[in-house]
Design a protein around this ligand. Structure first.
Ligand code: N01
Length: 566
């Protein structure tokens, strides 16, 4: 589908042309708000801000809407939140009319949903596709942000809404010799939309997180031989995917808004799964039966979702971890391979739990080999393949499923400069600091949807996105009605929030894992827990309190004297 780049926001003047002469200094286009990114966060932000009467310009690096669901079209890509939960709730007609086909939607189906939303609400005319925002600089005098793009556009806006995504900046590890490889190199996070011929080929997958674990069983069905290079064994539970259950669908649809409101009362913004607070509230036989039933039913959160103390007590955690390790040993025929696949270096669910379809059984196929990098690390990539432990494993294709520079990566890849020209990179030298994950002190009028230190990646992200977009919309309305044109988080409020997020995480087992939640996967990234783990209701309650107390922890001001408004 071709984007309509010529039908831009009609209120925005003067208009910048997409391909400016290299040395020309075009006048910036002035709009009320710039939205960076046109995934689910960006689409809803455009819709919301436009509905407030604001002029909006959005930029999107991809040629289409959908964000992560555009880029991650690798074989087997699928959402691990149930389709009935993975959708917007702001429009009842949309909720009623859109029909999902499976319990867990494929990437293609989620992308179609995003495209449908863009068309239904006529959002494309606000978006410049295939355009990356390279810089955003705050100008104190005009109280506006000035943006530059890789296509030479210059835009100025009062409001800067970042919708860049929490898990969107790919991580390609610098493995020696990669540039000498004569075969094809692919990344799950940048999969070619025209598809890739893997039939009969020698394929290597590096990485066994959610992306690798989804892709491996599907690739194994077509590859001549698949070699999986595993650095850390990961816990995975069955997704239990299938056609959507008509009975459940009918129950949810009977009162969809009510169902969503009920979900918001749960920590993850999805239907509650907890059987009990503690795994030890049940006797051993009863607990095992509960784990068995959950394993058979599949779905959200896997086995660890049954008891609250899986996240906080090593003993409770071990009961779930042992159960899953037992399943791996049952499923995988070769005991040595099974042992390599059994995670032993982190408590279960302290790295994001994976949901799979036939992942462990895939290792019983004659055309699949597991290379345990803990025993035989990758030495280098050669022109013909991958060398480990003194032998070369020839490959036609190497697929990197090596994850993302999560939460901070996409923001830091732009040159963002706030008050006094201070860069975001400088401000976050020791790790991200934010107030509520929504704003960064010293970067006025910049909102970060699902930003660092908000619940974002720990809850149903559609809930996280919707909450942030609505909070930002209310804030902008509040300011506009009162004639305010500048809002900034105070350094004190930010410091308190940043410390609180870490303190709550330190009360759980999460810091025990080497994971992207802690920034461990990116060399040199400061170690800090990157998301608020206190659950959605507590977080949303806090955001509400802040507003009720007159935007406590924020400074709101006007460049001109304003009349009092009740
Ligand atoms: O990335 P990951 P992902 N040499 O970081 C390995 C969401 N998501 O794209 O663990 C060898 O989890 C790395 O090893 P280690 C979801 O939130 C959702 O899979 O660092 N290996 C790990 O095995 C998820 O958590 C969905 O030791 C290297 C893997 O690469 C998040 O995105 C689907 C390496 C990376 O795993 C990220 O998932 C997909 C190296 N140099 C993703 N560097 C669904 O909705 C890294 N690795 C289902």
């Amino acid at each position: 589908m071709e984007p309509d780049t010529d039908t831009h926001d009609t209120h925005a003047e003067p208009r910048a042309e997409p391909h400016a002469e290299p040395h020309a200094e075009p006048e910036p286009m002035v709009v009320d708000a710039v939205v960076v990114g046109a995934g689910f966060a960006g689409l809803y932000a455009i819709h919301k801000l436009r509905s407030l009467g604001l002029t909006v310009q959005a930029f999107e690096a991809a040629p289409e809407v959908g964000g992560t669901w555009w880029w991650n079209c690798y074989p087997g890509a699928r959402c691990d939140v149930e389709s009935l939960d993975y959708c917007y709730a702001f429009d009842e007609d949309l909720m009623r009319e859109w029909k999902w086909s499976e319990r867990f939607p494929t990437q293609a189906e989620v992308l179609r949903y995003a495209q449908n939303v863009a068309d239904r609400f006529d959002l494309r005319r606000h978006i410049r596709f295939e355009t990356t925002v390279t810089a955003a600089h705050w100008d104190e005098q005009s109280r506006r942000w000035a943006f530059d793009t890789d296509r030479g556009q210059r835009v100025a806006a009062r409001w800067f809404v970042s919708a860049v995504g929490a898990i969107s900046a790919p991580n390609l590890p610098g493995i020696e010799g990669l540039d000498t490889f004569e075969g094809q190199v692919l990344m799950t996070s940048r999969w070619p939309h025209e598809g890739v011929e893997l039939e009969g080929k020698r394929v290597a997958v590096i990485g066994t997180g959610s992306s690798g674990i989804q892709a491996i069983p599907v690739i194994a069905q077509v590859a001549g031989h698949l070699t999986v290079f595993q650095r850390t064994a990961n816990f995975s539970c069955p997704a239990g995917n299938g056609p959507i259950d008509p009975e459940r669908e009918a129950t949810v649809r009977a009162d969809y808004p009510g169902y969503r409101r009920a979900c918001l009362k749960n920590g993850a913004g999805t239907p509650t799964l907890l059987l009990s607070q503690s795994a030890f509230d049940l006797g051993e036989a009863e607990r095992l039966a509960a784990y068995e039933a959950k394993w058979a039913r599949g779905g959200a959160g896997g086995v660890p979702a049954l008891f609250a103390d899986t996240r906080t007590s090593l003993e409770a955690n071990q009961t779930a971890a042992d159960f899953v390790r037992g399943k791996i040993r049952e499923i995988v025929a070769d005991p040595e391979v099974a042992e390599s696949l059994c995670p032993k270096d982190h408590p279960i669910a302290t790295k994001r739990i994976c949901l799979d379809t036939d992942y462990y059984a895939t290792y019983n196929r004659p055309n699949v080999t597991l290379v345990d990098l803990r025993k035989t690390p990758i030495e280098r990539i050669t022109p013909a393949g991958i060398a480990t432990a003194g032998r070369e494993l020839p490959q036609d294709v190497i697929i990197f499923a090596t994850g993302f520079d999560a939460l901070t990566g996409a923001l830091l890849r732009m040159d963002i400069r706030g008050v006094g020209g201070r860069s975001l990179a400088e401000a976050w030298e020791d790790g991200p600091q934010t107030y509520l994950g929504l704003m960064v002190a010293g970067f006025p009028n910049m909102f970060t949807i699902t930003g660092p230190l908000s619940p974002s990646v720990l809850i149903n992200v559609m809930v996280a996105i919707s909450h942030h977009v609505e909070w930002i919309g209310d804030c902008v309305s509040h300011m506009t009605e009162r004639g305010f044109d500048r809002i900034d988080a105070t350094p004190d409020a930010q410091a308190e929030w940043t410390a609180e997020v870490q303190r709550i995480a330190d009360g759980t087992l999460f810091p025990l894992a080497n994971s992207w939640y802690n920034g461990d996967n990116i060399p040199g990234k400061p170690r800090r827990f990157l998301a608020y783990i206190g659950g959605f209701p507590a977080y949303a309650g806090r955001c509400e309190q802040v507003v009720a107390a007159g935007y406590e922890g924020f400074e709101l001001s006007a460049s001109h004297p304003v009349a009092a408004v009740d």
